[in-house]
Ligand binder design. Structure first.
Ligand SMILES: O=C(O)CCC(=O)C(=O)O
Ligand SMILES: [Fe+2]
Length: 357
């Protein structure tokens, strides 16, 4: 679909039909819808109320609020610096995106490693708040999101027309996901803050499954090249450091029973740019304290991420889908996920760049 034909709202895709193992037609239809959403937006709402009871993530945001409302010295007890500088709590404005402080605080968790060593980047231990049931409830969520990530990956493999063996190969590179979970707290963004609640960025990994509280008008998604026909959207340019492409920022307001799902840069490599990782940001100006819980379903630490034969077949068959980036010569070089991640995190330590840069 040409960019101009895109609607200024993100599609809603129910995962329920894909979970009907005996109904191949229903599974194919869901897989096709996800494929189209990845071509057009890199973002979609995934309706998951058949998979997880909506009261579960509501309880998680309650626990998160309890933590963020506790005294600063209590929160600092699980500070990032106690561990590997990646796992733990970051204070309000500690993270920087595009050179500007983000108006949020948060706790980051990564897949546990077998021989933790906090002197090695990423190789420390997760730090949990001491609030009763916090860890137990979040551990259940992590397991569910890991399984959901794998379900969406399978649907994407079908959407791309992968053979069963091709899917098994891809599955082997994500079946021990080096996942990340963030619990983010956003106070209202002051008018005079030089920056955003969370600055514009692309997610760098594989799939993001984002649960947020019901706050509207906070998460915004950049539709590159789209025109401004909706009164809800604002015409804007990209931040200077990301080029000067025109487009619009649309609100991705939460929908009950759904998570927002978006694809990260690993999918750009797997598909040689056929699927785009899309810029997004958070601008939370309402008066409440907003909580979001992104779960990043990532490849295995040692996974080699390289263009998939199924994506190359599509690109060869249909020259109309050859993206501008390929025409511009962007190479989508293969990466080993763990090296890519270490480079990113290492950069953050050395240069003071933030985790979203
Ligand atoms: O809080 C949100 O809605 C989005 C957060 C986000 O984009 C991220 O953590 O990568
Ligand atoms: Fe993000």
């Amino acid at each position: 679909m040409p960019l101009s034909a895109k609607l200024n709202t993100l599609p809603i895709i129910d995962i329920a039909p894909f979970l009907q193992s005996g109904n191949q037609e229903a599974r194919e239809t869901t897989a096709k819808a996800i494929h189209q959403a990845c071509l057009d937006y890199g973002f979609f709402y995934l309706k998951i109320d058949s998979y997880v009871d909506p009261s579960e993530p509501e309880e998680l945001t309650r626990l998160a609020r309890e933590f963020f409302a506790s005294p600063q010295e209590e929160k600092d007890k699980i500070a990032l610096k106690n561990q590997d500088n990646a796992r733990g709590y970051a204070r309000l404005k500690e993270n920087v995106t595009n050179g500007k402080a983000d108006n949020h605080e948060g706790i980051d968790f990564y897949r546990p490693v077998s021989n933790p060593d906090k002197t090695r980047p990423l190789w420390g231990e997760n730090q949990w708040p001491s609030i009763p049931e916090f860890r137990e409830k979040y551990d259940i969520w992590i397991d569910k999101m890991k399984a959901l990530g794998m379900i969406v990956m399978e649907a994407m493999s079908m959407g791309l027309g992968m053979t069963q063996n091709e899917w098994l190969d891809l599955k082997a590179s994500v079946n021990d996901s080096f996942w990340v979970m963030r619990i983010i707290g956003y106070p209202p963004l002051p008018n005079d803050h030089d920056g955003f609640s969370c600055g514009a960025h692309k997610d760098y990994g594989c799939l993001t499954l984002l649960y947020t509280d019901p706050t509207k008008g906070a998460l915004q998604v950049f539709l590159q090249g789209a025109s401004d026909e909706s009164s809800q959207s604002t015409r804007d340019d990209l931040p200077e450091e990301q080029g000067s492409e025109k487009g619009i920022w649309i609100n991705a307001n939460p929908i009950p029973g759904c998570v927002v799902c978006n694809i990260g840069e690993m999918w750009e490599i797997w598909t040689k740019g056929l699927y785009k990782s899309t810029l997004h940001r958070v601008v939370h100006r309402s008066s409440n304290y907003r909580v979001s819980i992104p779960f990043f379903f990532e490849p295995n630490f040692d996974a080699l991420v390289e263009p998939l034969p199924a994506a190359l077949r599509i690109l060869q068959q249909d020259t109309a889908t050859i993206t501008e980036d390929i025409q511009r010569g962007k190479s989508y070089d293969p990466v080993v996920y763990g090296n890519f991640l270490m480079n990113k995190v290492g950069n953050n330590f050395d240069t003071g760049k933030g985790k979203y840069d």
